[in-house]
Design a protein around this ligand. Sequence first.
Ligand SMILES: CC/C=C\C/C=C\C[C@@H](O)/C=C/C=C/C=C\[C@@H](O)CCCC(=O)O
Ligand SMILES: [Zn+2]
Length: 611
Amino acid sequence: MEKVGLSPLDPSSFSRPELAIVTEILINLNVNFDKKILLGDVELSVKKIDESVNEIILDTSKLNISSIYDVESEEKLEYNLSDPLPEYGSKLTIQLPKKESNSYKIGVKYETHPDASGLQWLSRNATAGKKHPYLFSQFQPIHARSVLPCQDTPAVKTKYTATISAPQEFTVLMSAICNGTKELHGGKLSHFVQKVPIPSYLIAIAVGVLESRKLGPRSHVWAEKEIIEECAYEFANTEHQLKTAEEICGPYVWGIYDLLVLPPSFPYGGMENPCLTFVTPTLLAGDRSLANVVAHEIAHSWTGNLVTNRNFEHFWLNEGFTVFIERKIKERLESPQSQDFDAYTLVSDLNETINRLGKDSPLTKLVVDLKGVHPDDAFSDVPYEKGQTFLRYLEMTVGGPDVFEPFLRKYFDTFKYKSIETKDFQAFFDSYFSENPAIKSIDWQTWLHSPGMPPIIPDYDISLAIVCDNLIEKFLKWDGEGVIPITPDDKKDLTSSQIIYFLQVISEAEPQSIKKLEALNAVFGFDNVKNAEIKFRWLRTCLKANWEEKVHIVLTWINIVGRMKYVRPLYRDLYRWEAIRKRAQENFLANRHNMMHMSAYTLVKDLHLEL
Ligand SMILES: CC/C=C\C/C=C\C[C@@H](O)/C=C/C=C/C=C\[C@@H](O)CCCC(=O)O
Ligand SMILES: [Zn+2]
């Protein structure tokens, strides 16, 4: 069902940038931890596109607006704030001042709501140091509107500057370059500038008592002091990853590349906020084995942040390309086998998602229809894995990386600083490869618009999987009597990725007996593993075996770790287990106040709770 009032060009936004567009944003906010609000003002530079309009339309969500004015004359402007559309917010229509020129500066004084969907206000207990509160944001896909009035569509890209005031002991970080801090009335003012035009979902802020360590010539890692050394070790390869990405994609335009390791409630593995990637502490495996997420976020510096999906129906242009580049970084820094191993093993995750959503579900298409569907409800690994599979297929079809990588660089250069749709990519591809007869065989319609698994899975090098397959077969065939047919010797040559794959296949097989799993744990030590990807799959395997003793461990973990990639499947597993269902629902209800809005919003549905 279509939602009334939303744009015909972006079904997730009220704004109409084709009529009047925001061209620059100036943010001036104070952080109030006691009230859990940001308060201050924004100044929006606006350009009229259609001469006949006298208004600008913005997205807002739960903002408490006190005045809207013409910055030059300081005259108050008339505005209308619509009734809220749940999860989309309210449409803010502002009458533009009457004047000759087509350019305006509009000021909005306001404060955010303590439940702003794009912010998480953490109490001191939810931090590592337990002494100070913490604030962080997550605006993708459409939560920027809960923090500032804006055209909250990725079709609009603007530069921004910000001045943020916070208590003295806190560090303020943003998805921008910090160009100075100064003390003021016992507090601290921090100034930021983002000179590259970005969509609203890439504006980001974090405020905490933080330290940093240098990682390389253009990178620092930020975190609470309790984990900062661990973070510096884990992400020591950042500069290598960045350089490799530049070799593949072209020059890095963002100046610095910093990392912020957030408290564990952060809902995603990573978020590609420009100049300052946000990452979950679940990447701290102790052996750098999960740092591919950083390669993924680095890749977004081109795919998503430079060339951006015009609306979230084309999210695969952001994520499919990013996974594709992430694996090319892995290929160069590790080996072609490890690149293919990742692609091959993630096909089974994709399969699980498509079975869960239904192979005919419209949400399994690469290009989705988001009219009446909130992007947070559409989120899955389909745009990631089906998207990268399509790109691997295209690469293979046109003649391999030697031909495809120069095309990619040309694509980034042509569409940098722009927002595009799938048809723009397709037209560019067709024109670039117009002399290549192989492109005639590409069935764009099926790849882009048919539901279900990708029509073709490329011939990946599966040598790293074969050794695991032998062990998996031995384990699955074992009847649980006598000694487990896997020895510590079998395990010692396996990489973390191979152990993840091993457990992934076991978790997808028939439920195993608790006795067999105890024996497996004795060989691998899964109960004490630090690597979150392994822990996650181990816990899922245990739940499938109805191993009651593990329920408490699962609940304890998901009460701390907010990463939806883990929390949602584990809650869904608990829900499926009838005897545990109520306990899972009660646990969620007791802990939802510690979660970010988007996590609680999606979990209510996963747990079939009517709230
Ligand atoms: C077909 C999908 C259509 C629309 C979805 C659009 C936006 C999805 C929205 O819910 C926000 C996504 C934000 C993602 C941020 C980071 C991810 O890349 C993390 C991936 C999972 C993880 O590793 O934890
Ligand atoms: Zn991504």
